[in-house]
Design a binder for this molecule. Structure first.
Ligand SMILES: C[S@@+](CC[C@H](N)C(=O)[O-])C[C@H]1O[C@@H](n2cnc3c(N)ncnc32)[C@H](O)[C@@H]1O
Length: 263
């Protein structure tokens, strides 16, 4: 299930997925929790319009952040609108990262893995650029822990699409073959009210919409608009997101050869 980010998505993504200050703060705290001590080089892989690239630069200061992104149009928006003195955007992909072996302390994959066709090749490439002890942060939707998202209530076919689209937690762990550090939960504010949430969703900056029928989309937005119009006391829309933390611990010497004589 691939999405052409050079097509429709790049025209709406930055507006439809803009980070609220509360969300930027929550993700900054998460990045700081899991970045290895002394992090100097960070890779935002599949950086899109640069939503998280300057956030990473601030969270891990002082550091250099590379945003690697295959879509020319998404990357051009990042280069124009998500600038930061410690950020550089590069053309590349999860299977072709233009950085040297063992150069990264931290790699972020934020809602990218579902778009990567050759996941074993991407995992090998990410292990190549991570230094020993470096960490990989994966923000994804794991179908075996499918969250009950607010917008899914209006588009009941969406969870089935996402179950097909995203690898499970176990599949993700297996493909990377890296030791687990943590499975963290980050609470993110998406909108200050249902009305604002609906306005964002109308932009359809979520690739799942591309796999729903026109009739389902129309019915969902009709119901959502009605609820948004009826909202009298605005309540912020917030959801929990999984953040998987893995660490690159390359195999050391064979433990059998390290055993003392009396073992
Ligand atoms: C949902 S967007 C996420 C963008 C950004 N990480 C964010 O959270 O705002 C998915 C991004 O992954 C990129 N992408 C698709 N296939 C990729 C691949 N094989 N390697 C790296 N990035 C890829 C897309 O071009 C798109 O920018």
């Amino acid at each position: 299930m691939t999405t052409d980010y050079d097509g429709y998505q790049h025209t709406v993504y930055a507006r439809g997925r803009a980070l609220l200050p509360e969300a930027a703060q929550a993700w900054t705290a998460a990045f700081q929790r899991w970045a290895p001590a002394g992090t100097a080089i960070v890779l935002d892989l599949g950086s899109g319009t640069g939503r998280f690239t300057p956030v990473l630069a601030e969270a891990c200061k002082p550091c250099q952040v590379y945003g690697v992104e295959p879509s020319d149009r998404m990357r051009a928006i990042a280069e124009r609108d998500a600038t930061h003195p410690a950020v550089r955007y590069l053309a590349g992909s999860a299977t072709d990262i233009p950085l040297p072996d063992g150069s990264c302390d931290l790699v972020l994959l934020f809602l990218v893995l579902q778009h990567v066709t050759d996941k074993p090749a991407a995992a090998a490439e990410i292990r190549r650029v991570l230094r020993p002890g470096g960490r990989l942060l994966i923000r994804s939707t794991f179908p075996d822990r499918m969250p009950v998202l607010r917008w899914h209530r209006y588009f009941p076919g969406a969870p089935a699409v996402e179950r097909r689209m995203f690898p499970t937690l176990q599949e993700t762990m297996d493909v990377f073959g890296l030791p687990l550090v943590a499975l963290d939960t980050v609470r993110e504010r998406f909108a200050p009210s249902l009305r604002a949430y609906a306005a964002r969703l109308e932009l359809r900056a979520i690739s799942t919409f591309e796999h729903l029928s026109d009739a389902e989309i129309e019915a969902g937005f009709t119901a959502l608009r009605a609820d948004a119009a009826a909202e009298t006391d605005p309540v912020p829309v917030e959801e929990d997101s999984d953040l998987l933390v893995l660490q690159h611990d390359p195999p050391g010497p064979d433990p059998a050869k390290q055993r003392p004589d009396w073992w």
